[in-house]
Design a protein. Structure first.
Length: 420
């Protein structure tokens, strides 16, 4: 066969270089089956052997199978399978007690020679019957040398080598080379299997996470729609504020962009949700307080102020809405620290809540209410500016007025759309 040594003369091999060449190839190959084919092909091409076979542990079925075979006496791949209790497997799997044989390889010639000696049978005692069975197996497979490969004392596989075409016996140098090869190969196989297992586990984890994310998204979208419906119900309870949340959302997003806030991905959704749902807690405020035409009493005002906490509580089941809850809870805080419910001050108030505070107040000033008529946009601007630094963040006020004037000048926003 092409590429294989033949004839009566052994091919001279630089064993150290051969091991280096194989090691380099092992590093490149990630899949165990390709690695095993590489080893079988390497031995077949470099050594003058009648055949080479690789018996490897199949962990999923707890058995050993032939995964590759080369040469004239090749074993059909996948046809022969050895269970863990097969004598050959047992010989290398049991605790490595001292025997007249070196535990890391078996030569058929040595077995035949020594099994006929009474003192030898006595020395290995109960294992002599097993060795007879091993001899029969090696004879059946036409194997002259078997070398196990271990990883952390576990038998990973067995390198099975037929006789040399030259008819010469294996030398200790050759046996040592094959032992090193079997050891390196076992380590590479287990490393490859481990890496492959990690890849498969990661894929399965990614698949499950994707499914979970889809379910969570669907669940949250459903809940978000319910909450938005509740926000619309609040407007329905208080007809004078109809359209307030949608206008606040539009003005708030404009202001955030003017401030240069990062609105990529989730950040945009968070701010949009907070702007739309900032007053959702009013669903829990009694109608007689919510729609009262005159000024609220101190007791009624105390109840009205609880709408921020009620709103945060309503959103509590949504784990991804933690930031939205914080914004809603903080949108009536004042920049000077005299707001409610926690008397936060300055930059301790989330920037998104400071935006909601400004645009919510502006829209409340220019809109008609059950207790008063809306005022002009110019008046609202003056009121925002007069409260900048006390009630409002001055930077947010400046950005809001600047962007709204620009949008109105360009015709993107009209006074009639703001005042209704």
């Amino acid at each position: 066969m092409s590429g294989r040594s033949s004839g009566s003369v052994d091919k001279k091999i630089d064993y150290q270089q051969a091991l280096r060449d194989v090691a380099r190839s092992m590093v490149r190959l990630r899949k165990p089956d390709r690695l095993l084919k590489l080893i079988a092909r390497f031995i077949d091409r470099q050594f003058g052997l009648r055949h080479t076979a690789l018996l490897v542990h199949e962990s999923s079925k707890q058995r050993y199978v032939f995964v590759d075979s080369k040469g004239t006496g090749r074993v059909p791949v996948g046809l022969i399978k050895f269970d863990a209790d097969h004598p050959l497997i047992q010989w290398f799997s049991v605790s490595r007690e001292k025997t007249p044989f070196h535990q890391d390889y078996l030569l058929l010639a040595d077995i035949r020679k020594n099994l006929n000696k009474a003192h030898f049978r006595l020395a290995i005692r109960s294992r002599s019957d097993d060795l007879v069975k091993v001899q029969r197996t090696m004879g059946m497979l036409k194997v002259d040398l078997v070398i196990p490969g271990y990883f952390k004392n576990d038998l990973v596989g067995i390198l099975m080598l037929g006789s040399k075409l030259s008819g010469k016996p294996f030398t200790m140098q050759e046996i040592f080379f094959f032992q090193t090869l079997a050891h390196d190969c076992s380590m590479a196989i287990k490393t490859s299997e481990y890496n492959q297992s990690l890849i498969e586990k990661n894929r399965e984890l990614e698949r499950r996470l994707t499914e979970i994310e889809k379910l969570r998204y669907k669940e949250q979208q459903t809940y978000y729609e319910i909450i938005r419906s509740l926000a619309e119900e609040v407007e329905a309870k208080e007809p004078s504020v109809y359209g307030h949340v949608s206008e606040v959302e539009k003005l708030g997003m404009m202001t955030a962009r003017e401030l240069g806030l990062d609105l990529a991905g989730r950040n945009k959704d968070i701010l949009s949700a907070a702007l739309l749902l900032h007053d959702v807690g009013k669903i829990g405020i009694p109608d007689n307080i919510l729609t009262k035409p005159g000024h609220l009493t101190p007791e009624e005002w105390a109840v009205m102020k609880t709408h921020v906490e009620k709103g945060a509580k309503i959103l509590e089941p949504l784990s991804d809405f933690k930031k939205v809850r914080e914004i809603i809870l903080s949108h009536h805080e004042r920049f000077d620290g005299t707001g409610y419910p926690r008397r936060l001050k300055g930059e301790a108030i989330p920037i998104e809540a400071r935006i909601v505070c400004v645009v919510d107040s502006f829209h409340a000033i220019v809109s008609n209410r059950c207790y008063r008529e809306g005022r002009s946009i110019e008046t609202a601007f003056l009121e925002l500016e007069s409260c900048a630094g006390t009630q409002f963040d001055p930077v947010v006020v400046d950005a809001f007025i600047r962007v709204l004037k620009k949008e109105m000048a360009e015709g993107n926003v009209t006074a009639s759309s703001l005042q209704h």
